[in-house]
Design a binder for this molecule. Structure first.
Ligand SMILES: NC(=O)c1ccc[n+]([C@@H]2O[C@H](COP(=O)([O-])OP(=O)(O)OC[C@H]3O[C@@H](n4cnc5c(N)ncnc54)[C@H](OP(=O)(O)O)[C@@H]3O)[C@@H](O)[C@H]2O)c1
Length: 338
């Protein structure tokens, strides 16, 4: 019998081996409106059956709620899953929409202890700095993270939304398994500096929001009218007002390629990200987020699609025409500091 599970790949020179597509779990507790918890739990199980082993969360997702939600699944499958979580972003209790970013060693220590407790595990497999606090030297931050590896609280280190310079400085302190940054047909700024640096340093790329936060799937066209008040995308420049209408038109080439393969827009968007591994010659493990079994099946199937040179060329011009920034405040992202 052939194995129907997805291929596996090593995350960086010294990182863990994982299924070539991971699962973003943020939406199971936070950000994109109220999810169906029972379906989300079933989605985790289905993903594992299909060979997905990298599960992505953060202490910021629902102020710890997402880590608590995932804990029973992780405990039931501890030896089969690679648990990735993050520190650095929090919100004051009286202002949940505000973001406070901290990278100082005492804060990191308090975060790891809190995450281990919420996850109810002895060790975190991949621990990311979620965002850069430019007031703390990156060497100091990664030095504190390396301490956690030595103490056995964390197995591997990762960094999210860092610049190439920050990655180089971090790698000089400790091996880095993965950089997690936004990468999709709509968001390609990391290709200029971060991707070449990661490849050179033996660091894998874990693209987040590979479906453009759902926009590339065609499942919503304007956040103002199509999404609920609790949906974080209503604050994002690309999905609102005139930008949303302009960006909607950019889906046409994706539709054309999807039609040729007889697959969905989501699958073409994901196969494009997956194929960047071959284009750039280093490990790439996207973490599409979904809360539904049918979609995890669809997304995993995209790992088997291969786009031709002509199809890649058809998709190439999209990014230059995207209207609106990735975030309301781009200093929150690597491209805002590069
Ligand atoms: N490091 C960071 O700063 C950062 C930032 C953002 C996200 N992340 C991580 O990256 C993960 C993925 O990113 P994301 O969730 O922002 O965006 P995404 O993966 O680009 O898109 C997720 C959205 O697409 C929908 N979707 C998924 N598969 C679909 C399909 N086949 N057809 C139609 N719709 C589909 C999901 O809805 P349903 O649930 O209804 O399927 C959800 O609304 C997150 O879960 C999180 O773990 C990290």
């Amino acid at each position: 019998m052939t194995d129907s599970r997805i291929a596996r790949v090593r995350l960086g020179d010294d990182g863990p081996e994982v299924g070539v597509q991971g699962l973003g779990c943020m939406g199971m507790s936070w950000a994109y409106g109220p999810p169906d918890a029972e379906e989300a739990r079933a989605t985790l199980e289905r993903a594992l059956e299909l060979g997905v082993t990298l599960y992505d969360t953060a202490d910021a997702y629902g102020a710890g709620e997402n880590e608590r939600f995932l804990s029973p699944f992780f405990k039931a499958h501890r030896d089969e899953v690679v648990i990735a979580t993050k520190f650095a972003i929090s919100a004051p209790p009286d202002d949940p929409m505000k973001r406070v970013i901290r990278n100082d060693p005492p804060y990191i220590r308090s975060c790891v202890e809190a995450s281990l407790k919420r996850l109810d595990v002895d060790v975190i497999d991949l621990y990311y700095m979620h965002r850069r606090d430019v007031n703390v030297p990156i060497e100091e931050t990664v030095g504190a993270m390396a301490e956690l590896v030595r103490e056995g609280k964390v197995r591997h280190l990762g960094l999210s939304e860092v610049t190439a310079g920050e990655l180089r400085a971090a790698r000089a302190v400790h091996p880095i398994a993965a950089v997690q940054s936004e990468w999709s047909l709509f968001s390609r700024d990391i290709e200029a500096n971060v991707v070449p640096a990661a490849k050179e340093l033996g660091v894998a790329l874990v693209p987040y929001s590979p479906l453009g936060r759902g926009f590339l799937t065609g499942s919503f066209s304007n956040a103002d009218t199509d999404l609920t008040d609790q949906d974080f995308r209503r604050t994002m420049p690309r999905f609102t007002g005139e930008n949303a209408a302009a960006n909607q038109r950019l889906l046409d080439p994706i539709r054309t390629v999807a039609g040729a393969h007889g697959v969905s827009l989501a699958q073409i968007a994901l196969s494009w990200v997956q194929q960047q591994a071959a284009v750039h010659g280093f490990p790439v493990v996207p973490i599409p987020g979904t809360t539904r079994r049918s979609r995890v099946e669809e997304n995993v199937a995209a790992t088997r699609i291969v786009l031709t040179e002509e199809e890649l060329a058809l998709l190439e011009p999209i990014v230059a025409k995207v209207a609106g920034d990735r975030y309301p405040d781009m200093t929150f992202a690597s491209a805002g500091r590069e």
